[in-house]
Design a binder for this molecule. Sequence first.
Ligand code: 5GP
Length: 188
Amino acid sequence: MKNKGLLVVISGPAGTGKGTVVTELQKSGNVCVSVSATTRSPRAGEVDGRQYHFLTREAFLQMIEENGFLEYAEYVGNFYGSPKKQAEEWMQEGKDVILEIEVQGCQQVKKNYPSCISIFILPPSEEVLEQRLRGRGTETEEVIQKRLARAKEEMPLSKEYDYVVVNDRLEDCVAEIAAILQKEKSKA
Ligand code: 5GP
């Protein structure tokens, strides 16, 4: 019988570079990355259906009603959720699925899918985190401050995760996570 794929939650404060880490893991070709739905507006260069499915608040609430999410949460004034159908299909096909989501979402996934694997990515320091958030150059000062405050709240929650990985050098961080996934697959 074919094994079901792993469900892997990756979290970390905004600015840890987790998006880049996930993109690199995806390039390795061994994992599927869930495309979340959100009510936030697209940033420059973001394409509907690629980084996110950009939904109105009404459409998002409708999807909640229809039980269409594995998990969802409100984050700095917007809703974010992982569509259930695609992720479950991939897992049934034996593919490993990555959810790049924040901490409240991870708590829901752990409750509903206890066999999931959770990984928290930390920045090397708070200074580096702030530099990375500012370096993005896409957010207002108010949003940067809110995201920094949220990051400080989230970091202690890393202890609820199965693994904590520091993203200092990108290649090392990606290699470390790939090794974790390999180890977990051999256990499954
Ligand atoms: P951003 O607006 O920077 O793209 O994302 C903000 C936060 O929302 C990040 O921590 C990201 O991981 C999280 N996020 C993205 N998609 C989802 C989702 O589907 N569910 C939850 N709970 N969080 C998400």
